[in-house]
Ligand binder design. Structure first.
Ligand code: 8YV
Length: 323
């Protein structure tokens, strides 16, 4: 008998076909986050869940006694109650390896767009406000030869460093663990503490997962360390930044700007952020390209099938369940 699985959002057809050839698949037909009670109801019989930006809470896990695998279609898995999964020895996978370069592209896009006021400039032209060329029109900030500070230096932070190097930037990074010498040398990256990174960086980009340690790592106090010409880029998770403190800093020009793909209460965006012209906003599309979405879905399917076959999957994020 094929194992029963539940999929929380429509998958690209090639990925769904592979999953359906091995599993008995039921799925949520809309590209929306499911309410917890509905997900709990739909997972009653499920042995596996393929979850895509939907909360898998304790309530869902308790309602699914046969559950033995969770495949998260995304690199960050703060949407899953890992502690409960660990107690039940349910393996969880993510899609590390499928989306890092694409997300770094988006982070660099936000960095450039904020520095060079690209969105504001586009609006200015479209709205017919451009009457004459002016020497003093819409000055932005140079990116090349500036200092790029990366908070988090893993799968996305490192490709971001490579992009910075392409713009002749000096690269600083802060992470929980220092990276191997050979990687630092290859990327020309200098390890530093958080405080000196924030003091020295012209552009600070966040590449950490959301954990109790990283929640609000950017707050009123840490923002005060930043230069008043600094730009903050966030493609990680909204709650890594205290949004209220960021809005204050941007409104009072304590820092120069921000490029944000993620927010504290998505899809709600702080009303003041939308009013400020030194901010570039995006609707959490860091990994949203056709190629990468297909790669993510295919990997998530492969991970789920491996777990249901009793194999230890490559993208396992909670290896502690095997100890
Ligand atoms: C996904 C992301 O779009 O991978 C992540 O952690 O934030 C995005 O790439 C999101 O998780 C939806 O699955």
């Amino acid at each position: 008998m094929k194992p029963k699985v539940f999929v929380t959002r429509p998958l690209p057809t090639p990925a769904l076909e592979v999953l359906s050839s091995v599993c008995n698949v039921r799925s949520h037909q809309e590209d929306t986050s499911m309410p917890t009670s509905q997900l709990a109801e739909d997972c009653r019989e499920a042995e596996g869940i393929l979850v895509n930006s939907t909360r898998v809470s304790e309530e869902v896990l308790l309602a699914a006694p046969r559950l033995r695998a969770i495949s998260n279609c995304g690199i960050g898995y703060d949407n899953i109650d890992v502690a409960v999964c660990n107690r039940r020895r349910i393996p969880i996978t993510n899609t590390a390896g499928s989306l890092e370069e694409t997300t770094a592209d988006m982070a660099f896009t936000l960095l450039l767009a904020t520095a060079r006021r690209a969105i504001e400039a586009d609006r200015y032209v479209r709205e017919g406000r451009w009457e004459r060329w002016q020497f003093g029109l819409m000055h932005g900030l140079d990116v090349h030869h500036k200092t790029l500070g990366l908070i988090g230096f893993g799968g996305i932070g490192q490709p971001m460093a490579r992009r910075g190097r392409g713009f002749s930037m000096r690269i600083l990074y802060y992470a929980r663990h220092r990276t191997a010498d050979s990687v630092e040398r290859e990327l020309g990256a200098e390890y530093t503490d958080l405080e000196s990174l924030l003091r020295q960086s012209d552009f600070t980009s966040l590449h950490v997962p959301l954990t109790p340690d990283t929640r609000h790592i950017i707050n009123g106090k840490t923002i005060n360390l930043m230069k008043n010409t600094a730009v903050l880029v966030n493609t990680a998770r909204g709650p890594v930044v205290d949004e209220e403190a960021l809005v204050d800093a941007l409104s009072s020009r304590k820092i120069a700007g921000a490029g944000l793909d993620v927010f504290e209460r998505e899809p709600h965006v702080h009303a003041d952020l939308a009013r400020l012209d030194n901010v570039v906003l995006a609707p959490h599309i860091g990994s949203a390209t056709g190629e990468t979405r297909l790669r993510m879905a295919t990997l998530a399917v492969r991970n789920l099938i491996a777990m249901l076959a009793g194999e230890r999957p490559r993208n396992l994020v909670n290896p502690e369940i095997y100890s």
